[in-house]
Write a protein that binds this ligand. Structure first.
Ligand code: THU
Length: 134
């Protein structure tokens, strides 16, 4: 699986977005350590705050299929800007991997690559929280 294939799958997933409120469709493709790919698209709601981003849909699909070790995630949207995960999605990704590669894509399929640690350098993690309750 190369990055271009992962981006293509994120782009295909984007078509399945349910985004009648923002009109902004996002697709994500998550590659697991086992080599499987889980895709997601944003799902909005009339109660706006209940909207779930494409990245979290992909993560939750993988985790509920029994896979929670991730290599990389590609995120594709519309517009010239690169699509970066929101803070909530970074936190959810960090639950499973602080080393995951994040591939941000713009509408021309230009790529920018990061590691989660660059985007969320100080993370509230299981380690941090369990240290707190001791
Ligand atoms: N959105 C995502 O799905 N992923 C991102 O990385 C950024 C934002 C969605 C949420 C909402 O449905 C729409 O984009 C506009 O914010």
């Amino acid at each position: 699986m190369n990055l271009v294939d992962l981006v293509t799958m994120a782009r295909e997933a984007q078509r399945l977005a349910y985004a009648p409120y923002s009109g902004f469709r996002v697709g994500a493709a998550l590659l697991t350590e086992e080599g499987h790919i889980y895709t997601g698209a944003n799902v909005e709601n009339a109660s706006y705050g209940l909207t779930v981003c494409a990245e979290r849909i992909a993560v939750f699909k993988a985790v509920t299929a029994g896979e929670c070790r991730f290599q990389s995630i590609a995120i594709a949207g519309s517009g010239l800007d690169y699509i970066y995960p929101c803070g909530a999605c970074l936190q959810v990704l960090a639950e499973f991997s602080t080393n995951i590669k994040i591939i941000a894509v713009n509408e021309n399929d230009d790529l920018r690559e990061y590691y989660l640690g660059e985007m969320l350098p100080q993370v509230f993690s299981l380690d941090t929280s369990s240290r707190r309750v001791k």
